[in-house]
Design a binder for this molecule. Structure first.
Ligand code: BG6
Length: 465
């Protein structure tokens, strides 16, 4: 038997986001976000036509939920402040009901001994700003910085871990390259401008936060998908993987941690004549305002081979002009989400951060497994026996442990997610939580087997195997 013991005060918890959990309540004063409006425009794009107003009702059930977090061993928990709830029009007036809600939510967590981590942007642009171009428009950067400052002023006395963005590459890929979020464009020039504005907004929020001297830390949460070449000994595959890595990982990782964009990417962007619009001093702001802490979301690797298929010119240049996705035979899959499961990836990321990013303090901010039809695993006591989730977490934790033994500065592990929640256009198709949410029974919560197991891991700061 092996015992996996984690460092003292290792953070055990989970992650969620405002738009995926809070839901709407009459008279809550929340403004419309991109998701609210997109759902109105195209409900058929959402699994079973379940929209964002029907998320897990955390807005009204948070007290009960925090008790369940405690019961499942949470010492920490990350969610996000919905911009459109706090500042309904994106700029201007603050919604007093949102202030009361977030204050109470935060206070309750602290009272329960759970440290709140707060993220500021989780794909949820206020609609008034989206109508003016969202992240394409420089004005959004200014509005975001005001929003961030307001959050620090209102909650920064109690929240000591802040994150500027969750997976900022997703609005770029999903909204401007591969059409799985609004506005569903395919336009690399726009994608680059959006990415640039997000990276800049993050550095500006870091600057404001540090200037306020609030005695906490600020970082960014990135979904780092390690790019593995089909064949390590084939220079063309290796080069293609390096380009994919620059596009999808280093585009945000390098400016956030090192204060500069990767030279490979700058070269490509110049070659394509797609250098984003910038203002004087922007690059100085990015250089001088790097993060204190890095959140790492890890679900799947990216397998890459040298470009073999013909370049598709239909929509102008695309990142995919430089590489092909490699469909590796025999890979282990989560069939419900269609994502490869490759546990060692988590170790490779932590090693990369240790070796190439100054071993910056970091933590696993998301990792998890979405499964469809979990009802079939319900036992006679009404509990979902999700042994596959326990195995998934264990398999990843073993690699986190190995990275720690080799000197990684990883401070914690957060599962995605605490309670089953609304997965964007997948709505409630795949369930990720330690706690089941029964939509047919007014969102009734039931702790799954994995939630009970996680409590034992947190209590003993590790597990035996
Ligand atoms: C991460 C996001 O990409 O993965 C979450 O931060 C998301 O918002 C989670 O829900 C799981 O992905 P999906 O697409 O299955 O919801």
């Amino acid at each position: 038997m092996t015992t996996y013991k984690f460092p003292e005060n290792f953070w055990w918890g989970s992650a969620a986001s405002g738009p995926q959990t809070e839901g709407r309540a009459a008279g809550d004063g929340k403004g419309e976000s991109l998701w609210d409006e997109w759902y109105k425009l195209a409900p058929e794009k959402f699994f079973n036509e379940v929209g964002p107003e029907k998320t897990s009702q955390v807005y009204t059930k948070y007290k009960e939920d925090i008790q369940l977090m405690k019961e499942t061993g949470h010492t920490t928990f990350r969610t996000s402040i919905q911009w459109s709830r706090l500042i309904p029009n994106g700029t201007g007036e603050v919604n007093p009901k949102a202030v009361a809600f977030y204050n109470d939510y935060i206070n309750e967590m602290i009272e329960a001994g759970i440290e709140p981590f707060m993220n500021l942007y989780h794909f949820d642009m206020p609609w008034t700003l989206q109508e003016q171009g969202g992240w394409l428009n420089r004005k959004t950067v200014d509005a975001y910085v005001e929003f961030a400052k307001t959050c620090f002023e209102l909650f920064g006395d109690r929240v000591k871990k802040w994150f500027t963005h969750n997976e900022p590459i997703v609005p770029v890929e999903a909204g401007y390259l591969y059409q799985f979020h609004y506005p569903e464009e395919i336009n690399l020039k726009h994608a680059i401008q959006v990415a640039y504005h997000e990276a800049l907004s993050s550095a500006l929020a870091v600057k404001v936060y540090h200037e306020m001297e609030l005695d906490g830390q600020i970082g960014i949460i990135l979904n780092l998908t390690p790019s593995y070449p089909r064949d390590e000994s084939n220079p063309e595959d290796v080069k293609a993987a390096a380009i994919a890595d620059a596009f999808f990982n280093r585009s945000f990782l390098d400016p956030a941690v090192k204060g500069e964009f990767p030279s490979e990417l700058i070269e490509i962007v110049k070659e394509l004549d797609m250098v984003p619009e910038m203002q004087e001093d922007d690059l100085v702001v990015i250089k001088e305002n790097t993060i204190d802490i890095l959140g790492i979301n890890y679900y799947q690797p990216r397998r890459i081979k040298a470009k073999e298929s013909a370049v598709d010119h239909t929509h102008g240049p695309m990142p995919d002009d430089y590489f092909d996705v490699y469909d590796m035979p025999g890979k282990k899959m989560n069939p419900y989400r269609g994502w490869e499961i490759y546990e060692k990836g988590i170790y490779d990321i932590l090693t990369n951060v240790r070796e190439n990013y100054g071993n910056i303090p970091c933590y696993i901010s998301e990792n998890g497994m979405g499964v469809e039809g979990e009802e079939k695993y319900i036992n006679e006591l009404g509990v979902i026996e999700d042994d596959y989730r326990i195995e998934f977490v264990k398999d990843h934790l073993r690699y986190v442990h190995r990275a720690l033994e080799e000197g990684s500065n990883c401070l914690g592990y957060h599962m995605w997610t605490c309670m089953d929640n609304w997965s964007w256009t997948n709505a409630y198709k795949n369930r990720y939580g330690f706690i089941a949410v029964d939509l047919a029974e007014d969102g009734k919560r039931t702790i799954k087997k994995s939630g009970r197991w996680f409590r034992t891991v947190s209590d003993s700061n590790g597990f035996d195997d």
